[in-house]
Structure formats: structure tokens, C-alpha cells
Design a protein around this ligand. Structure first.
Ligand code: MN
Length: 353
């Protein structure tokens, strides 16, 4: 079933949907420009402006493409289309639309009854089809190849920023359309910052360096973290590495259809806590990856979600010790019919560069 039909089939009869979230627009139509998507039984329309008309025609065959006219808003065009189709009920993304945006929509859509879409597109996006999975696999392949390259580049005297630039350039050279997110390179004691911004700090002999990065390909993201050592690390950091590796591998191996994501989080957290570092692992174990770098399902103690075939999630435990450093190891993993398949093939054994 087409994604748009799947969405409409989950709504009351003769209800339209107005989509603002660019990720949801892309998922439902393939369109990547600015504008709105309007769906209803017998109606599939992209409402945009002059700049994107030709692109929209190419990206979304089967959709009507409407350009706004001077003085007429996107929502007013949507209202005309709904009136022509005889649709009075409209679901909107209550998690996206602002208070101001909703007031403006209500003003130009008299007579329309609004309802919350309640994350229905995000819920569809939790389960990836084969095409989506192969886009993410491709993004992960580029990411792994770039990692092999950067292992030969990292050396004492290189700054975090130099490593970031070389890694980003390599991913683009290998065919990435862009970056999934801003690359993290955290060396030495900066490694205790889970989301460190690459700095001018020079890497030193004995440092561990955490690199969290991902390519974006055909609209889909990869997410991978590796921590490498430059020269021999201290015994303490080596021990921390072994704990994180055991937590990552054990939690990843437990991924299977029917398993609560909270259980995956617990497996990783228990290993780190029993080793005495529970206080040093202050984030959740993972998250869904797809069109957005962070999406559903969440691999968290607070989540009540159950893994299902087609989910793609990260497993990324870490230990962060202020003043000393940190280790995080992350794979993007596909939930299969029978278990799990890691999409990042790069070795997780400690690399000493
Ligand atoms: Mn991640």
C-alpha cells in the first residue's frame, strides 16, 4: 500500500491531512523543497512557490503541484483545494504547528474542523521498508569507509577540528549528499563531553579520541561512534573501553522482534552500573534513525516501545569521566524478522593508532 493511502486509511472517512514537517513531506511524497503537503481521499497536492515548482513536478509524479499566487498563503490555497474536494475535516501535525501558525490557518480556513494528527506519520516511519533500509545501509557503508580513512589521518599534533574537516570531506567525496549531523571529535579529557564540539585542541600521544559521525544519502542518515586510542592509553581508559564494548555488544545482540526497547537500555546500563560507572552513563542507550537522525523508537528506560522488524535503531552506551575522558561505541542496527543486523561493519575492537 502506498504510504499516503496507509496514512489516510488510519483516519476517519473524508478526512484530509495537512503536513508541515519537511521530513514527513519527504516520506510521503519524495518532495524536498519548501511548502505544504495536502492529502485527502482523491487529493494529493504539493503547495509550494515558483522556486520549487519544477523540482516538485520531477520529485512527485502523481501529485498535483500548486504554486501560491501573490497575496494568497499556502494555507489559503489548501482551503480552496479542500472546498473543491468537499472535505470539511482536516488533521494537522499538533507536534509541529505553532500557536501562531494554527491561528493563521484557522483564519484562512473558515468552516474546517481541525483534529490532531497525533504522530501518525512518525509512527509509520518507525518501520522502514526495503528501499529505506538500503538507503541507510548505503549511508552506513560510506560512514565506515570514511572511518577507515580517518584512522590513517589521526595522529599526535592533529587538532580535533582538522580531524572533523578531513572526515566530513571524505564522506562527501565517497558520495554522501551531506552530513547526518555535526561531526563530534572529542580527544583526551574532552571525551567526557558526550556532545563535544571539535576544538583546536591538539591530539596527544596516549589520548583516546571519540568520533561520532554519519553520512546522509538519498534522504537517510547513518549514525556511528568509535573511540580510538592514539598510542597506548592508560590502564584505566583501557578498562573503561572494555566495559563500554561489552555493554554495546551485549545490548546489540539482544535486539530482536518483540523485545522492549527499555530492556535493551537496561542490559547496557546494568553492565556499566555493575562495573561501577552507572553515574557516568547519563544518556539513553539509543534511538531510531531514518530521515531524521533522532526518531522513533527510543531505546530508553522511559520508553514503552517494543522492537518490531523494520525498526532501525542505534545502540550507543558510553562512559564519561570529567577530567579524564570518555568512551562511546555506537552501531546503527536493523531489526530483522529473527534478530538483528548491524549496519556499521567497522570493527569495535580497540584500535591503537
Ligand atoms: Mn546516535
Amino acid at each position: 500500500m502506498k504510504r499516503t493511502d496507509k496514512l489516510l486509511s488510519g483516519l476517519p472517512e473524508k478526512t484530509g491531512v495537512l503536513i508541515h514537517n519537511p521530513s514527513n513531506i519527504f516520506y510521503l511524497s519524495g518532495y524536498t523543497g519548501e511548502g505544504l503537503l495536502l492529502l485527502a481521499p482523491g487529493l494529493s497536492a504539493v503547495i509550494t512557490d515558483f522556486r520549487y515548482v519544477e523540482a516538485a513536478q520531477k520529485q512527485c509524479p502523481g501529485f498535483e503541484i500548486h504554486a501560491i499566487r501573490s497575496g494568497v498563503s499556502h494555507a489559503a490555497v489548501a482551503h480552496e483545494l479542500l472546498e473543491n474536494a468537499g472535505i470539511r475535516d482536516l488533521a494537522v501535525e499538533d507536534n509541529i504547528i505553532t500557536v501562531r501558525g494554527m491561528r493563521e490557518i484557522e483564519k484562512v480556513m473558515p468552516g474546517i474542523r481541525f483534529s490532531p494528527l497525533d504522530f501518525k506519520v512518525e509512527k509509520l516511519r518507525e518501520v522502514k521498508d526495503d528501499d529505506e533500509r538500503s538507503c541507510i545501509e548505503h549511508a552506513c557503508d560510506i560512514t565506515c569507509q570514511a572511518f577507515e580513512y580517518i584512522c590513517g589521518f589521526i595522529a599526535p599534533g592533529r587538532t580535533e577540528r582538522e580531524v572533523q574537516l578531513a572526515l566530513d570531506y571524505k564522506m562527501l567525496q565517497l558520495g554522501a549528499d551531506g552530513l547526518a549531523f555535526n561531526t563530534i571529535v572529542a580527544s583526551g579529557e574532552n571525551g567526557s563531553l558526550p556532545h563535544a564540539v571539535p576544538s583546536d585542541r591538539e591530539i596527544e600521544e596516549g589520548d583516546m579520541v571519540t568520533i561520532d559521525f554519519g553520512a546522509r544519502k538519498d534522504g537517510y542518515d547513518a549514525d556511528m561512534t568509535r573511540t580510538v586510542a592514539v598510542g597506548q592509553p592508560s590502564d584505566k581508559m583501557r578498562k573503561i573501553y572494555d566495559i563500554v564494548l561489552r555493554a554495546q555488544e551485549t545490548a546489540q545482540a539482544a535486539i530482536a522482534p518483540g523485545v522492549p526497547t527499555a530492556q535493551i537500555d537496561k542490559i547496557a546500563r546494568d553492565i556499566i552500573t555493575e562495573a561501577g560507572y552507572g553515574e557516568c552513563f547519563g544518556h539513553s542507550t539509543g534511538h531510531g534513525v531514518g530521515i531524521d537522525i533522532h526518531e522513533e523508537p527510543r531505546v530508553s528506560s522511559r520508553s514503552d516501545q517494543i522492537l518490531t522488524p523494520g525498526n532501525i535503531v542505534t545502540v550507543e552506551p558510553g562512559i564519561y569521566v570529567p577530567g579524564l575522558g570518555g568512551v562511546r561505541i555506537e552501531n546503527t542496527c536493523a531489526v530483522t524478522e529473527t534478530g538483528v543486523r548491524a549496519l556499521c561493519g567497522a570493527s569495535k575492537e580497540l584500535r591503537i593508532l
